[in-house]
Write a protein that binds this ligand. Sequence first.
Ligand code: PLP
Length: 388
Amino acid sequence: MTVKRVYLDHAATTPTHPDVVAAMLPHFTDGFGNPSSIYSYGQEARGAIEDAREKVAGLIGARPEEIVFTGGGTESDNFALKGTVFADPKRNHIITSAIEHHAIMESCGFLEKRGFKVTYLPVGQDGLVDPDEAKKAITTETVLMSVMHANNEIGTIQPIAELAAIAREAGVYFHTDAVQTTGQIPVKVDGLGVDMLAISAHKLYGPKGVGALYIRKGTRLVPFMHGGGQERNRRGGTENVPGIVGFGKATEIAAGVLEQEAPRQAALRERLAGTILEQIEDTHLNGHATKRLPNNVNISIDYVEGESMLLNLDLEGICASTGSACSSSSLEASHVLLALGLAHEQAHSSLRFTVGKWTTDEDIDRVLEVLPQVVSKLRAMSPLLKSR
Ligand code: PLP
C-alpha cells in the first residue's frame, strides 16, 4: 500500500510550479543559444534573461539593473558579504546575528580567519534582534551589517527597516538574506531600506541552483566570480538561461498570489500549531508568536528526539524537518534554537512544519492524526521521560 505523501517542508524547498517548468523547457531545446552570442539565437536567450530580470525586480520593487543572477541563495549571501568587505580595505568589521543561515555564518567564519572582526548580535527568546544592540555594536571600522529578513527554522521576522535605517545613518552597508520571505510576504527594497538582498528561486516554486542578489545602485562591491564579464561584470559565467527564465516565471506567479496565499497558509499554520500545543502535553512554540512567516510552525516536543519523530512521520508519508534541512544530516543541536536559550534536549526535540501552496486542510488533519500517536509511542520508550 502506498501512503499519500504530505509535504510540509517548504522552507527546505518547494515543488517547482508546472507553469515554471513549462516556461523553462523551450530553453533546453530550440532556445539553447548562449546569451553572449550576437546572432539571433543568442539574442533570443538574452531577451529571455532580461525579461526574467524585470520580473524578479518587479517582485521586490527594484530596478532591473540592480538584479544580479547567481547560483542561489548561498552564493548571493557569499557575494554580498565578501563583495562589500573586499571593496573597502579601510574597514574590517561586520555585524550579523547569531541565528543566520550557514551561508552567512560560514562566510563570516571564513572572513574571521582572514583578519576580519565579526559581531554576532544575540537574539531574545522570541528570536528577535534588538535594534539598540545593533546600534551599540557599530564602530568606525564597521563596513557591513547583515541580518536575515526571516529565519528559516523558527520563521521570526526581523525589524529590517529599523535595522537598515540605523546602519544607513552610520554609513554602514546593510544586507538582508530574504530567501525565506521573498514570495511569502511583501518584500520591497525601498520599504526595507536595504542595500543588498538575497533571493533563492527554489524557495518560491522555482528551480534549484538559481537566485539573485539585489544590489542598490551606488553600492560598492567587488565581483565574487571572475570570468567573461557577464551580469555587467558582476558575476562571470554563462548564464543559466532555463533556470533564470524559471525564476522569472516563479516571481511573476508569486506576485499574483501572495495576497491570497499568505492568509490561507497562516490559517493552516494556526490550526496545526494550535492543535499540537493544545493536544500534546509538554510542547512549546519556538520563535515569535505573531512576527513570523505565515507558513512556519516550530515546536519542541519534550522527551522525544526530533530525528525519531521525523523517521516515524516519514513512514506515514509526512515530510517535516528538525533544525534546518542543511544541518539535519548532523546531530548537532541547531544554533538557532540554542541562541533562543533552549536547552540542548529541547533543541533536539524540535519539529518544523512549513506549509505551502498546495497544502490542504486534509494534509493538516493527517498530521494531527499521526503526530500524537508517534509522540505517545516514542514517549513510552523514552529514557528522558522515565528519568523525569
Ligand atoms: N538563506 C536562507 C535563510 C535559507 O533558508 C537558505 C536555504 O535553505 C539559503 C540561504 C540558501 O539558499 P540556496 O539553497 O538557494 O543556496
